[in-house]
Design a protein around this ligand. Structure first.
Ligand code: HEM
Length: 466
């Protein structure tokens, strides 16, 4: 059967999802190009190769399989099936390999916890992420971002990815933990988060988990990074404990929470939760913004329209939550950056045998889905590689349900989606009011790291004359 035929047949069957019986109708087709013993490990070895590989497997069907060493990894490509997996079938899957490796951040934290403990923790933290609450963070966001942006030196090259990481990390810390670390401790946190992320992604994609238990230099470095991170964050908790009345934020929420038996959360768990929020909330927003300014740097017309919008809506005023609803073009730029540079890898593992589309996935199957690859599918997005914020204009045809999932979907959907969207608009507008960012020479490649990173991104800020 040709790949095209397989795709056509399964597209019809995509909606046929049910709990498994043991009558397995078949296993997903194996993607060609693997090697004996290592399987497709070479295709996952480098950051840009990984992304190309994830896009290429789409051609082989709505559900396919590749090998990492002896292990099968199932890739779900169709938006309908990803949606089913994350909603109707969500209880059939645990978070899987990547999140298992992210336990270096702490084993109980929200992105990693499973079942009832996850639900309880999610309910507890949800109020800090309500829409109304988010609007209340805008002033803090502005006050955190402005000093960074004001300190840029016109004409001097910036490492924009690092700068965005520092800014996004400070925003999470100031808005959610009422903490604003000076630049040096902020770098320590950033480097520790980066090290843990890099280790987790490498371990998730390695053919063997034996290596990660050896006391190698890189394993010791990852452990040290995890400890350094926890030590930095412990100070924030100690300060909240010492002055409980001075704070009303997510740390206070966790400190005052009681479980069903009236017990407070153990300090260790609170620490894990804060560390995980910091990690989950900084890197993702930072790279989205780095890509947004990369695209503006090579599309002066798009940059001009952004400047026109922020000048006319905000001008010389202080940016507030009220302005954000009047910045639709800024919102579309953020949305388009989230489409084109979405997270490339999210994992799951089947808890029991489960039928997905035409296939039965046996219990224990490692499963992945890629918003990055999905968002570049020409069947879902016309001219998918073009950065076109206007594709989100309401009068233009919109992608089908389930085809835009930068934050995932269902009960494990990103808790910080509104926070991230608000923060991204605030940062974009504050930069655009003051600076034009010009690209430095040098190719910028997309890399599949913990999320989709620019290989290197140096840009030169030039003050705007308005
Ligand atoms: C552009 C920015 C962001 C992107 C693209 C993003 C994306 C994601 C994705 C794909 C997931 C996993 C979904 C899954 O496993 O099905 C996730 C989970 C999560 N994110 Fe985000 N995220 C962003 C910003 C944030 C922010 C700002 C925060 C917090 C301040 C945050 C906190 C979390 C948490 C706690 C989880 C785990 C939720 C759970 O399992 O209940 N994220 N995010």
């Amino acid at each position: 059967m040709r790949p095209g035929q397989l795709l056509a047949r399964h597209r019809k069957e995509d909606s046929v999802i049910s709990r498994s019986t043991h009558s397995a109708p078949g296993i997903p087709p194996l993607v060609p190009g693997g090697f004996p013993l290592v399987g497709h490990a070479f295709s996952l070895a480098g950051g840009s190769r990984r992304l190309g590989f994830m896009e290429s497997v789409r051609a082989h069907g709505p559900i396919v399989r590749f090998k990492v060493g002896p292990r099968d990894v199932v890739v779900v490509n169709s938006p309908e099936l990803i949606h089913e997996m994350l909603t109707t079938l969500a209880d059939e899957f645990s978070k899987g390999l990547l999140f298992e490796k992210l336990k270096l951040f702490g084993k109980d934290a929200l992105p990693i916890a499973e079942g009832k403990p996850h639900l309880r923790r999610r309910r507890l933290m949800q109020p800090a992420f309500h829409r109304q609450q988010i609007a209340g963070y805008v002033d803090t966001m502005r006050e955190t971002v402005q000093p960074y942006v004001a300190a840029w030196d016109g004409g001097t090259s910036l490492d924009l990815k690092t700068e965005m990481q520092l800014i996004a990390q400070s925003v999470v810390m100031s808005a959610l933990f009422s903490a604003t670390p000076p630049r040096d401790p902020a770098y320590t946190i950033l480097n520790s988060v980066d090290t843990v992320f890099r280790t987790a992604i490498k371990r998730a994609l390695l053919p063997s988990s034996v290596l990660e238990r050896l006391p190698t230099r890189s394993n010791r470095k990852a452990q040290a990074a995890s400890s350094a991170l926890r030590a930095e964050v412990a100070d924030i908790i100690a300060e909240h404990r010492a002055h409980p009345d001075a704070y009303d934020d997510i740390v206070s929420l966790l400190l005052t929470a009681r479980d069903e038996s009236g017990e407070a959360l153990p300090d260790d768990e609170i620490l894990s939760e804060i560390v995980a929020l910091l990690a989950a909330g900084s890197e993702t927003t930072a790279v989205t913004l780095a890509w947004l300014f990369h695209e503006l740097g090579r599309n002066p017309d798009l940059e001009r329209r952004l400047h026109e919008e922020v000048d006319s809506v905000i001008g010389g005023d202080v940016l507030t939550a009220d302005h954000l609803g009047q910045l639709p073009y800024t919102g579309r730029l953020v949305q388009e950056s989230l489409r084109l540079y979405a997270p490339w890898l999210v994992t799951r593992q089947a808890i029991s045998d489960v039928q997905l589309g035409a296939f039965t996935l046996p219990a224990g199957s490692d499963v992945i889905w890629s918003a990055y690859a999905l968002h570049r599918d020409p069947d879902l997005y016309p001219d998918p590689l073009r950065f076109d914020p206007d594709r989100w204009l309401p009068e233009r045809p919109q992608p089908p349900k389930g085809a835009f999932i930068p934050f995932g979907f269902g009960k494990r959907m990103c808790i910080g989606d509104m926070f991230a969207l608000t923060e991204a608009s605030v940062i974009t507008a504050l930069i655009a009011l003051k600076w034009k960012l010009k690209p430095e020479l040098g190719a910028v490649k997309a890399l599949g790291e913990i999320t989709t990173h620019p290989s290197q991104l140096r840009m030169i800020p030039h003050p705007r004359d308005r």
